[in-house]
Design a protein around this ligand. Structure first.
Ligand SMILES: [Mg+2]
Ligand SMILES: [Zn+2]
Length: 260
């Protein structure tokens, strides 16, 4: 891998609970009011550290993609509200549009007209993120691939990476559980993060940007393993029971997405 800060890097992101601090689908249902939908959705996920991290990635020549089981309408609305839609080369997610009655119609990314994707890892029938990530990886000659996510369907893409690649896994959520259970399937370096500040710190290390006083406040060194080590010492805010709750929320979201 090139040591240049302009190495050719591919960053791929999950969306819900990764780029934004909520489940966009559940959020809309909980706050549903057709007239307020647009305004309220735009209040989601105002995290300047995350936006700074994304902006730095792009400024250093990386290509950014979103790979999500949400839908095009929610994601595009939120990205435009934060004026960061131009940072992303593509948004791979379930296609959606409003019909004449103002109802949001969401269709499966992996359509019913196609043969099953056949993935043996815990991917939903409508989307194997691993297969879609592999297409992005194969599309160019990357120096490094970085995948960032939090949940069960982020495990499959995490297994597609090589030893020089990085998985940015949200601490205390289901992706961490899968990595812990089957570490032999994940060849890339795993970095756990809890908040956008951690993501910004990891981004500066990956891009080989000099450390600033605002990052890694618990440590003066700048290595990915330092972030792992410091995060390991932070007690997780999510208990086992809340992990179960998240899993069940994921299932409900999936059921609703398919139904829609
Ligand atoms: Mg997620
Ligand atoms: Zn899969």
């Amino acid at each position: 891998m090139s040591s240049s800060t302009l190495a050719k890097r591919l960053f791929v992101f999950d969306f819900d609970w990764t780029l934004i601090e909520c489940d966009s689908d559940n959020w809309v249902f909980q706050h549903l009011n057709k007239d307020l939908y647009q305004v309220q959705l735009e209040s989601v996920g105002k995290d300047t550290d995350m936006i700074e991290a994304l902006t730095l990635m792009k400024a250093h020549g990386s290509e950014l993609h979103i790979l999500s089981d949400a839908n095009t309408v929610y994601i595009e609305t939120i990205l435009k509200a934060h004026k960061i839609n131009h940072l992303f080369t593509s948004i791979l997610t379930n296609p959606a549009k409003f019909d004449d009655q103002g109802r949001l119609n969401v269709v499966r990314f992996h359509g019913l007209d196609k043969a099953p994707h056949g993935c043996h890892l815990p991917c939903e029938p409508n989307l194997c993120k691993g297969q879609e990530l592999q297409k992005l990886i194969d599309s160019q000659d990357w120096d490094q691939v970085i995948y960032m996510g939090d949940s069960t369907n982020d495990f499959c893409p995490s297994t597609q990476l090589q030893s020089t690649d990085v998985v940015l896994a949200r601490k205390g959520l289901l992706l961490e559980s899968h990595i812990t259970k089957s570490p032999e399937l994940v060849k890339g370096e795993v970095v756990y993060w809890e908040n956008a500040q951690d993501v910004l710190a990891a981004t500066k290390i990956i891009l080989k940007i000099d450390s600033t006083p605002s990052i890694s406040s618990s440590s003066s060194t700048t290595s990915l393993s330092t972030i792992v080590a410091s995060n390991t010492m932070i007690p997780s805010s999510k208990s086992t029971s809340s992990l179960s709750a998240v899993e069940s929320e994921d299932s409900k979201l999936f059921a609703r997405t398919i139904k829609a």
